[in-house]
Design a protein around this ligand. Structure first.
Ligand code: ADP
Length: 489
C-alpha cells in the first residue's frame, strides 16, 4: 500500500486517482503528524510526501520516520512545487527520502518512480521474509542438533552401563560406537572380536543380514584378549529404522558361556541316562511279552489284562526314552537319515491306522483329504512316520473337547505338503514359533497335558535334514494346523 501525505485535498485526490488507475492500493494523510501515526500502525511499501505543509514540513516528517525501526526503511518520494535548487534537494535525500519529484507532476515520470520504488520495496520485504524464515530454520536445526546430541549422549551412556558388550553401527554398517566392555575382546574400535575358527564369521553373517535389512542373532565363541580364552556369546544386531529408512544398527554380545556349559552337562546327562535306561527297559519289555503270551494261552487267566496294561505303559516309557535319545543324537550331530524312494500315501495310510488302533477308546475320527501323490518320494520312512505320529498324537492330545482330525496332502511342482488339522485348544500367536524349540511347552497347557516338549523339536530336525519346511497356523481355542513339506526331487 502507498501512503500519500499532502495538506492539499485536491492534490491528494488527483494523485490517488492516478495511482489507483494503475491498481495500487492507496492510503492518505493530511498532515505530517497523521502520516507518522498511520505509518507506525500500518505497513506501507512507499510514501509520497509533500514538502510544503503547515506544521511539520515534509523533511521533518521524513526525519521522524528515520527514527523508528518500523518506518526507517520505507522509501519516500518528495513532492515540491518550489525549491528545485541543489541545497534543497540534498536535504530531501539526507532526511531519509529516496527521490524527488517537482510540481507540476509529470504523471508518467511519477508512475515510473513509484513502480521502481514499489517493486524495490516489495522485493526487499520478500527478501527480509525469506531471511527471517531461513534464520528460523537454522535456529530450529541447531536446536534439533543439540537435542539429538544429548539423546545420543544419553543412549551411549546407557550402553556404557550395560553388563554386555554393546556397540552401534552407522547405516553403512561401520562401527561408530563401542562401550568399554568391547575392548576386553577387541583391540580396535572398528573390528569385531576374533571368533573361533569353527564358528560362523560375524562380518559375513552381518553382510547377509544387512542386505535384507534384518536383525542378526548368532551364537559365537569370541576370544578374550587377556586370557586368550574363547567364550560363548549371543550376538544380536538389530537395525533401527526411522520413517522406514535404515538409520543405524545396535548390537550386543551377551556372555552365555556358563549357560552353555550347564546345557552341555545336561545334554551329556540326558544322553547317558537315556542309554542306560534303554537296556534294562528292553529286557523288561521282552520278559513281559513272554509273560503276556504265556498268560494268554489260558483264557481263564484274568491276570493277562494287567500284563497288557503294563506292556502299554512300557511302550510309553520306551517312546519317552527313544525321544530323549533322539535329542542327544541331534545335539551330537548323530541323528542319521536313511533316505530312499518311498510311497508317502501308503505311509500316511498306515500311520493313521496305527493311531486309530492305539486311541481306540477315545473314538477319534481322522479324515483324509487327498491331494494325489503319484510318485515315489525320497525320504526316511521311519523318521517321517515319527513326525506324522507326533503331529497326530498332539492333535488328539491337545483337543480334549473335539476328536476330529484332518490329514491333508497338497502336491506342488517341486514339493509335497502334509498338514494335520485339529479343532483343539490352539496356541497363542506369539508362542507359535517357540513350539519347535527344545523342551518348550506352552505354559497354559503344560499343567493339563503331559509331555516333555521335545517331540516337535525332533520333528523339526528330521524335516530340516530332509531339506523340507515345518510350521503351523493356529488360533487360540479354535485349533491348529501343523504341516511339513518334503522336496519332490
Ligand atoms: P509335548 O507335547 O510333549 O509337550 P511337543 O514338542 O510335541 O511336546 O509340543 C510342544 C508344545 O507345543 C506342547 O507342549 C504344546 O504346548 C504345544 N502343542 C503342540 N501341538 C499342539 C496342538 N496340536 N495344539 C495345541 N498345542 C500344541
Amino acid at each position: 500500500m502507498i501512503l500519500i501525505v499532502d495538506d492539499n485535498q485536491n492534490n491528494i485526490y488527483s494523485l490517488k486517482k492516478l495511482l489507483e488507475s494503475k491498481d495500487f492500493q492507496v492510503d492518505t494523510a493530511n498532515s505530517g503528524e497523521e502520516a507518522l501515526g498511520k505509518a507506525l500502525k500500518n505497513n506501507y511499501a512507499l510514501i509520497i510526501l509533500d514538502v510544503q505543509m503547515p506544521g511539520m514540513d515534509g523533511f521533518e516528517v521524513a526525519e521522524n520516520f528515520a527514527g523508528y525501526s518500523k518506518t526507517k526503511e520505507i522509501p519516500i518520494i518528495f513532492l515540491s512545487a518550489v525549491n528545485t535548487e541543489k541545497k534543497f534537494i540534498t536535504r530531501g535525500y539526507n532526511s531519509g527520502g529516496k527521490d524527488y519529484v517537482t510540481k507540476p507532476i509529470d504523471p508518467e515520470i511519477l508512475m515510473l518512480k513509484v513502480k521502481t520504488f514499489y517493486n524495490m520495496q516489495e522485493n526487499s520485504l520478500a527478501m527480509k521474509k525469506t531471511q527471517q524464515s531461513l534464520e528460523l530454520e537454522v535456529k530450529g536445526r541447531r536446536e534439533a542438533q543439540v537435542s539429538m546430541k544429548s539423546e545420543i549422549d544419553h543412549f551411549q551412556l546407557m550402553l556404557e552401563a550395560l553388563p554386555q558388550i554393546a556397540f552401534t553401527l552407522n547405516e553403512d554398517g561401520i562401527v561408530n560406537f563401542v562401550n568399554k566392555k568391547w575392548f576386553e575382546y577387541s583391540s580396535s574400535d572398528q573390528e569385531f572380536p576374533e571368533t573361533h575358527s569353527d564358528d560362523l564369521n560375524i562380518d559375513e553373517e552381518f553382510q547377509r543380514c544387512k542386505k535384507k535389512g534384518k536383525a542378526l542373532e548368532l551364537e559365537v565363541r569370541i576370544k578374550n584378549i587377556d586370557s586368550g580364552e574363547y567364550r560363548y556369546h549371543l550376538l544380536r544386531m538389530s537395525p533401527v529404522y526411522q520413517n522406514k529408512k535404515l538409520k543405524n544398527w545396535v548390537g550386543t554380545f551377551t556372555d552365555i558361556e556358563d549357560q552353555k556349559k550347564v546345557e552341555k552337562e545336561k545334554d551329556e546327562f540326558l544322553s547317558i541316562a537315556s542309554h542306560e535306561l534303554k537296556t534294562p527297559l528292553t529286557s523288561i519289555k521282552a520278559y513281559m511279552q513272554l509273560l503276556d503270551r504265556k498268560l494268554k494261552l489260558n483264557t481263564e487267566n484274568t491276570e493277562a489284562v494287567f500284563v497288557t496294561k503294563a506292556l502299554d505303559q512300557i511302550e510309553k516309557l520306551n517312546m519317552l526314552i527313544t525321544d530323549l535319545l533322539d535329542v542327544s543324537k541331534i545335539e551330537n550331530g548323530k541323528l542319521k537319515i536313511n533316505k530312499k524312494p518311498n510311497d508317502l500315501e501308503k505311509l500316511i495310510h498306515n500311520t493313521i491306522d496305527t493311531i486309530l488302533q492305539t486311541h481306540e477308546n477315545q473314538n477319534v475320527k481322522i479324515e483324509r483329504h487327498i491331494g494325489k501323490i503319484n510318485q515315489l518320494i525320497s525320504f526316511d520312512d521311519i523318521r517321517i512316520e515319527q513326525v506324522l505320529i507326533n503331529f497326530l498324537t498332539n492333535a488328539i492330545k491337545y483337543s480334549p473337547e473335539n476328536n476330529q482330525v484332518i490329514v491333508t496332502t497338497f502336491v506342488d511342482d517341486d514339493e509335497v505338503k502334509v498338514s494335520v488339522t485339529d479343532f483343539g485348544i490352539g496356541i497363542p500367536d506369539f508362542k507359535q514359533d517357540a513350539v519347535f524349540r527344545k523342551f518348550y511347552r506352552v505354559e497354559e497347557s503344560s499343567v493339563q497335558f503331559q509331555g516333555m516338549g521335545i517331540g516337535l523339536y525332533i520333528c523339526s530336525e528330521i524335516i530340516k535334514q530332509h531339506h523340507g519346511t515345518i510350521g503351523l497356523s493356529s488360533k487360540l481355542e479354535e485349533g491348529s494346523t501343523f504341516y511339513f513339506t518334503l522336496p519332490l526331487n
